[in-house]
Write a protein that binds this ligand. Structure first.
Ligand code: GUN
Length: 291
């Protein structure tokens, strides 16, 4: 089967361009630029890269951005005080606290403290896909946008979500199930699912977010399936200057020939995640979901 590559990089660039034009319009009418704040704790390599890319995307979209940094030894109380300040700062439209946080800090407590009206990550329980218009978390929103952009039919299809994380697996499964988004029949599999391979073989759409490099192999994929790869594990690669490369959850070379559509890593879901955060920030600035 000849497959079509889903180009997340190009799709994200086009959407960011649209956002930039809308921001120009807001500024021309005397409005202020949307303002996103990112809070970064410590020096985790992955988090540093994500946050750097979020700041770059803000510039591309014409947003104001602010980065607040804390060392690893910041206390939970200090971080909660920062969240409280941002909740009450009228110049801030939306903010994120980059995860993971150091072990001594309760991530759930910090997430719950964020004003849901400024929760552009879509992590607060009020924003977790209950079917009302709200901030949808960035990676699932990026995937939905890609499926729509490539006119991929999801209604009535069998969709298998691999992984049950709060950031991707759970919200993705919810959204794929909901009538106005995926309208699919959804199965969630995880590391303890006994029938995982069998479920995958029957799937029209597989969304792999299990965090295990090359987990999905050709024998697990039905001819003509749509494959969305959310994996971004850093693996050693001596041929790269950095000494590592990003590896997806799908064994691309052997799976791609069986697919109708497939996302690459990098350049698939990753760029869409950041562009979805930009979409949410613009929606926050416009009070699209909440007054
Ligand atoms: N860590 C990994 N992905 C994300 C994300 O989308 N938002 C935040 N805040 N942290 C993350």
């Amino acid at each position: 089967m000849s497959y079509q590559l889903i180009d997340g990089k190009a799709t994200a660039a086009a959407i960011k361009e649209q956002i930039a034009q809308e921001v120009q319009g807001i500024v021309a009418e005397g409005g202020r630029r949307p303002h996103l704040v990112a809070v970064l704790v410590g020096h985790d390599g992955g988090s540093e890269t994500y946050v750097k890319n979020k700041v770059i995307a803000c510039e591309q979209c014409g947003f104001r951005s602010t980065l607040i940094r804390y060392e690893d030894d910041v206390t939970e109380e200090e971080l909660l005080a920062c969240v409280n300040r941002l909740n009450n700062d009228e110049t801030v439209d939306g903010f994120i606290v980059q995860l993971p946080l150091p072990k001594h800090i309760d991530e759930q407590r910090v997430t719950m403290a964020i004003d849901y009206k400024k929760d552009v990550d879509g992590f607060h329980p009020i924003n977790v896909a209950i079917g009302l218009p709200c901030f949808i978390s960035a990676t699932p929103l990026g995937i939905l946008t890609l499926l729509r952009h490539y006119n991929i039919e999801t209604s009535g299809k069998k969709c298998v979500v691999l992984g049950r994380s709060n950031i991707v697996g759970k919200p993705m499964a919810q959204l794929m199930m909901q009538k106005q988004y995926g309208d699919s029949t959804v199965t969630v599999c995880h590391s303890h699912s006994k029938t995982l391979k069998q479920e995958c073989r029957e799937a029209d759409i597989i969304i792999a977010a299990i965090g295990h490099p090359d987990f999905v192999t050709a024998d697990m994929v039905k001819e003509g399936a749509v494959i969305i790869d959310v994996g971004t594990t850093r693996v050693e690669d001596a041929t790269r200057k950095s000494g590592w490369r990003l590896n997806g959850d799908v064994k691309f070379d052997e799976v791609a020939p069986k697919c109708s559509f497939i996302t690459p890593v990098p350049g698939g879901v990753g760029p869409m995640t950041i562009c979805s955060l930009m979409k949410n920030t613009l929606a926050a600035a416009r009070h699209e979901f909440y007054k």
